[in-house]
Design a protein around this ligand. Structure first.
Ligand SMILES: [Zn+2]
Length: 76
């Protein structure tokens, strides 16, 4: 009766192929697809925050970047 799924599912980076735990939420909106108050969220690990953020920012989609609340903060 072992459950292989971690009880606390850590959010994982949205970058393709990356399985690192995410520590940032990039909130974005594509005005051609979404109403102005709609927010899509990409999660990013520290290594991909820049590249994902640049991708969205270059298209004018990036609205805000928020640090994810983590229950395992190492830098408290
Ligand atoms: Zn990543």
């Amino acid at each position: 009766m072992t459950d292989p799924t971690p009880a606390d599912e850590a959010p994982v980076c949205s970058s393709r192929g990356c399985r690192a735990p995410a520590s940032w939420a990039l909130r974005w909106n594509n005005p051609r697809l979404h109403t102005p108050d709609r927010r899509k969220t990409w999660l990013a690990c520290p290594a991909h925050r820049g590249s994902l953020g640049d991708f969205l920012d270059a298209r004018g989609f990036l609205r805000e970047v928020a640090a994810l609340p983590t229950s395992h903060t190492l830098e408290a």
